[in-house]
Design a protein around this ligand. Sequence first.
Ligand SMILES: Cc1cc2nc3c(=O)[nH]c(=O)nc-3n(C[C@H](O)[C@H](O)[C@H](O)COP(=O)(O)OP(=O)(O)OC[C@H]3O[C@@H](n4cnc5c(N)ncnc54)[C@H](O)[C@@H]3O)c2cc1C
Length: 372
Amino acid sequence: MRQIAIIGAGASGLFLSRLLREHSDVEIHLFDRCKQVGTKLRASGGGKANIFNTSVTPDCYNHPDFAAQILSQVTPERLGQTFDSFGLEMCADEEGRVYPLSEFSQTVVDVLWNPEHPRIHPVMEYEITHVWHEDGRWHLNNYPTAFDTLVLASGTPANMIPKNRKLYNSYLSDLQLDIHPWTPSLVGFKIKDYPTSLAGCRVKAVASLYQNNHLIHSEFGEITFKDDGISGIVILNLSAYYNRLDDKQNCRIALNFLYSRDTFDVAAHLQRHGSLQGVLHPKLHALYARQPFDIRNMELIIEEPYDLTFAQVCHGGIDVKEVDAHLAIKKHPSLYAMGEILDMDGVCGGYNLFFAFATAIIVAQSILGQND
Ligand SMILES: Cc1cc2nc3c(=O)[nH]c(=O)nc-3n(C[C@H](O)[C@H](O)[C@H](O)COP(=O)(O)OP(=O)(O)OC[C@H]3O[C@@H](n4cnc5c(N)ncnc54)[C@H](O)[C@@H]3O)c2cc1C
């Protein structure tokens, strides 16, 4: 019987354990520092879990070439078929975002997880702090079993409060891998000289990220004005593109509140009605009345992204050059890395869970000797 250890019972770890448990020659030990499995999976999509997108493209990720390599092995269709084989009914919205039909993330955890399964050994509330390879097997802390294969699936500290982040993934230093520092992604921005009177306002706009005068990315969606900055899905997506910049100086966001009215004449409206009261959200109108601004191009200078506590994912992690096409660490073929612990992050819309599940399929194939 081959002994497999998976560090992390999150989205990718649970999916891998579900794929492997059908095979009678493996025994799976699934370790997690938390009491319950699938903490982030359950929190995903506001508790609904947007598990993938029907149209995943490489440019949704920070390393498009690596994403293309993953997509050449696992397509959204294939992932959907795999979930279907687990008995999960799904539905997609008009933007291709796929959810469990129950619209409840726990349903996804339930089809993946069976702690009573004879080949699964859950080891909960057990934090791995040391790993080493000796006599051809992997050892973890002082755990009594030694393993033929070790899978790193312990994610990132995104969305965690600072005290829980302390020493996160400290065991990685034992492996001497090239690791990029974690920075928050899919997160809002603190804004310089922020107009605090807008706090609480939610409006739709086209949001464009510029560095100096160069347009980096532009998207339409709802913006939420917070106490000291802005958020909302469209802003979270801009943060993913912001993270891809080596130098982050002189970045700003321009908001166009008249996205649907190209020919609307602001000056003529003001001349006729004396104000923009009938045009803008009341808080925007009040600000305009005090301090007029270009409502097609409201400029907000980025101070910094919000802290990791507010991020959905992290930019950074194990350099993708450390792994081969089957996600085995090149210098340790019996060691794999999958999911967010790899330096891969995608935009909002099911791309990050797709990556977690797709990489688990690739690792399962490799462990079972079923590489295409
Ligand atoms: C609020 C929120 C909403 C999101 N919504 C979506 C969405 O709708 N769609 C989408 O695609 N993505 C979404 N994401 C992102 C998505 O949840 C993650 O990308 C995904 O869960 C990553 O899966 P993973 O298996 O790599 O890591 P995780 O799911 O984070 O699992 C890692 C596990 O490892 C455990 N662990 C860590 N270190 C150790 C250790 N040393 N020893 C033992 N155990 C350890 C952790 O406790 C955790 O359970 C969201 C994220 C957040 C925070």
